[in-house]
Ligand binder design. Sequence first.
Ligand code: PEP
Ligand code: MG
Length: 588
Amino acid sequence: MEKSVSGEEMIYQGIPASPGIAIAPLHVIARGFGAPEVYVIDENEVEHEQKRFHRAIELTKHQLEELKERLDDLSGDGEQDIFEAHAMMIQDQIMINKVTEAIASRKQNAEYAFYAVMQTFLEAMRRVPDPFLRERTADIEDVAQRVLRNFGFDDEGRHQAPDDHHILVAYDLAPSDTVTMNKRHVLGFATEQGSVNSHTAILARAFGVPAVVGIDNVVLNVMALSPAILDGYAGKLILHPAEETRERYKEMLNQKAKLRSELDARRGALTETVDGRAVTVSANMEFLEEVPLVKRSGAKGIGLYRTEYLLLDGEEMPDENKQAEIYTEVCKELSPHNVIIRTLDAGGDKLPVEPLTDPEPNPFLGWRGIRVSLSRPGMFREQVRAILRASAHGKVAIMFPMISGLSEVWRAKEMVRNCMDELDGEGVAFDAKIPIGAMIEVPAAAICADLLAPEVDFFSIGTNDLIQYTVAVDRVNPHVADLYRPTHPAVIRLIKQTIDAANDNGIWTAICGEMAGDIRLTPLLIGMGVEEFSVGPMQVSTVGQAIRSLSYAECAAMSDQALKHTRSQGIMDLSLELAKDHYPELLD
Ligand code: PEP
Ligand code: MG
């Protein structure tokens, strides 16, 4: 993309969701339908493009008239009026003038100028409170797609992303978009929706793609092909950066690359505090594609394998044989390290396990995690059998999500026992001593950790959900992102209570929520006694280095103080102070 649109430097502030810096032109995709190709035109091509636009409008008008006539002949019961309304929409003089002007001022091809004008209009309509008006967006989308087809644009496929490097700007991205996006071309992304703990942000961090979320109205305000810088550390999207800004960021990119290669050089080293407390750093994973990344990261195994991502490839979970094959491959690849496979955690903000007849009023409090598995024993059995079969080929542990009480653990363990009996009867090999763990991510589980601990071999604290349920703040809602505080006194008390109950019962505690990868909080978590940190593959070497720089005794004294503190910020400051003392170079 040698050519770009010009303008003044402008900064949009959002929420930093995945660290890193990207310098590239923007590609904008809005809701509704795919964006056509976008390119910059020369001054002498403006008239030609404007003519192409008028031709596409004329052709569409003609098609709509024909459709109306055909329906007039067939029925005559008023359905044809819709085409008349569509024809009126595309003859709207304001829209026509805007597109004609946009071609001249933006110097963009006709179909993109049309698309951009329509998207701004559609976005504005989607945001009006009047439901009647909002419903009209579908009609406008319909007719706009017809016009786009008449430019010779085939909208069968999804948005046509440019082949060159770019920063993607979108209203929202689903976890599946994050996975399928071409990471060689997408250097970073910015969205209006989302939050730090949304699955899209988690995946961006896993793949090392810089991301900023929660930028108000960004889709409406930016223009494709504008040169930009995405700062995933400070949560900024800088449009038309001045030369000086660009130079500053290039320098920062060089420094970060240097730090990363220093960390990479040490990734095989033991993760032990300076006073000899050994701590495991493992990785969270969602897809088989991440296995090479995890292996390169120096992670000592997988602390959380989110199996619900298998649902992305199809409508339902793969069958037992396919699952056994996948899990076996992962544990063979990671051998001799441990792989903690979490059973399906569908529902809530995750992927649905099956279409619900009635949408749930409160999906986060509804049918998700272990609740889904226990109410679908056939599906649960297939997954448990597949995990057990994989356990014959490496070190595997099984873990249950969303545990809220003892009876769920009993029922889940009963399923494991039944599956073991079946496999025994069939002469199929498995690890009869497979460790069984409970995720502690519902406050009830943390409060009753002393009751749960005798029943399992380990705990894994899922702080993403534990925080949301403890402080009643939706983890993916940008409007309340400020209230989502990992160091809220209630949260750290629950974490401590969980670790103490584990210690009293001789079992170990891991932490696998995003808090584990936040190196400002490593001193606090080490001090409270966390024995395993499971983090995104890109964070493994940084967390490892942070651990190697700390003294357990000093962290434990600080965490005792933190547990008596009254305010989230005060607790954060105490931990950050130690982090700054011991590894200032690692902090952003
Ligand atoms: C958590 O809740 O902290 C967790 C690790 O699980 P997930 O993010 O997949 O809900
Ligand atoms: Mg969770």
